[in-house]
Design a protein around this ligand. Structure first.
Ligand code: AMO
Length: 449
């Protein structure tokens, strides 16, 4: 038979998978099954051809031996490359020498789509040897790598455990507009868009909307994209990130810090519960949680930094580079901790000043090592105070009319936070570059794939 005939691509037709790789156990010995997936590796030993097929749950070895299967099947399996998508019908055989103690003796092969060339990386390695840009250019294939498949499985569990945790506490999930009229997060730049004949922006945060929604629903959360025009290239910033935004009525920032701490603990417990195999195969462990998370006042951190000789003044933002210098005093090893009571002037206009002094506000950043994972605060809930703060920050209050008008109708005391999902995944999975914590990263240099 000619090679082109042997390797002819076929339709799915009436073939259906009977078992996932993981479901094929020695107890199925001699049973006829159909597996579907992609070729993950091939190996040839004279008259025997081994082909490992992977599906979304794992891998199964197909063993084609001359005499035990047709010559056509042996020839087909001898010529296909890694990443080819195919189905194999065959008989299960318990086999001590095979991975998982099981193999499939093929009777028929249906090739759906041939891999035309070798991929520029192997899918088994935990850390890839090629540069991240090469991988991102072929992201859909890169995502087949074991490490990333586990990472995104764990990301999924993170999100489902956040939902379960907040739902159990009486929060409802909301969605707020992503095309908006005004900025909310002072420092972060906006992406302008055309909105019919007007200028509009992609939302930096659901901030004002989640606050307003506490008026009807009290406790709300949103998991969605936030857009930040980040002019710099760093390993911790994306232009499009995912935020877990939480807002609670009749609560202040201390309540929200407790809630966030319990949420992080719940996420880590859920992952340890569901992903033991993934963590073992990656030789990874999740961060150990020590509760309560320590709290350091902004003032204290500045004093410590100045005592170390760092060039930082009261009122400056604290960047990760500078924080690295405090590793022994503050985050001995890597731990979660809060920096609280920031200067009012460097936090957004909606953050409530402390009753002790207007100079400070009821705000917190959740840190892991030198990385900021979340920020949150008690919000201003009275119109005059909000107007006052907006004017101090030089904002055009007319632009916020749509928001200010609800303050005539009983805004409850409220507080909230936003967690950067990709930053959290970086910490959980010990990922160095935030681009690997999202499916299709967007940054100053990348708008495709
Ligand atoms: P903030 O601007 O601090 O606060 O953002 C909250 C969290 O979102 C993550 N984050 C980012 N992650 C990746 N790339 C980015 N460019 C990026 N920008 C922010 C960080 C950060 O801690 N409205 C407030 C939250 C609140 O008070 O409820 C806000 O947006 O992990």
């Amino acid at each position: 038979m000619k090679l082109s005939e042997l390797l002819q691509e076929q339709e799915l037709g009436d073939w259906r998978r009977t078992h996932y790789s993981k479901e094929i156990l020695p107890t199925l010995d001699t049973k006829q099954i159909t597996v579907m997936g992609w070729v993950s590796s091939t190996r040839s030993h004279g008259n025997i051809q081994f082909v490992v097929i992977r599906d979304r749950l794992g891998e199964i070895q197909v063993t084609a031996k001359r005499g035990e299967c047709s010559d056509k099947v042996l020839d087909q399996l001898s010529h296909i490359k890694e990443h080819t998508s195919l189905a194999v019908k065959g008989k299960v055989r318990a086999q001590n020498r095979s991975p998982n103690g099981i193999e499939v003796i093929p009777t028929e092969v249906r090739i759906f789509s041939l891999a035309k060339q070798a991929a520029p990386f192997t899918i088994q390695a935990k850390r890839s040897t090629v540069g991240i840009d090469t991988r991102l250019d072929l992201r859909a294939i890169d995502l087949r790598r074991n490490f990333l498949r586990s990472t995104f499985g764990i990301r999924h569990t993170t999100l489902s455990s956040v939902r379960a945790f907040l739902d159990a506490k009486g929060f409802i999930e909301v969605n707020t507009p992503k095309m908006i009229a005004t900025a909310t997060e002072g420092g972060a730049a906006l992406f302008p868009i055309f909105y019919y004949s007007k200028e509009a922006f992609l939302a930096q945060s659901p901030q004002l909307y989640k606050e307003q929604l506490t008026m009807a629903f009290e406790n709300v959360y949103e998991i969605g994209p936030i857009f930040r025009a980040e002019p710099s290239r760093t390993k911790r910033h994306l232009s499009e990130a995912t935020s877990i935004d939480v807002e609670q009525a009749f609560a202040d920032y201390n309540d929200l810090m407790d809630l966030l701490e319990a949420m992080i603990k719940h996420i880590i417990d859920s992952i340890n519960d569901k992903h033991r195999d993934d963590l073992e195969s990656m030789h990874s462990t999740l961060p150990k949680i020590k509760t309560p998370f320590p709290k350091y006042r902004y003032d204290e951190i500045i004093d410590k930094l100045q005592a170390k000789g760092e060039r930082i003044r009261w009122g400056d933002d604290i960047n990760p580079q500078i924080m690295k210098g405090l590793s022994n005093e503050v985050f001995n090893g890597d731990t979660f901790y809060y920096i609280i009571d920031w200067p009012t002037a460097i936090k957004p206009f909606y953050v409530k000043p402390t009753s002790r002094s207007e100079k400070f506000c009821e705000s917190f950043d959740l840190m892991y090592g030198s990385l900021e994972i979340s920020s949150g605060s008690t919000r201003i809930n009275r119109k005059e105070s909000l107007l006052g703060n907006m004017k101090k920050q030089g904002l055009n209050t007319d632009m916020f009319d749509f928001h200010l008008r609800v303050f005539d109708y009983g805004v409850p005391p409220h507080a909230g936070f936003g967690v950067g999902l990709e930053r959290l995944i970086m910490v959980l999975m010990n990922i160095e570059n935030i681009r690997d914590a999202t499916f299709y990263p967007r940054d100053i240099d990348r708008l495709t794939p």
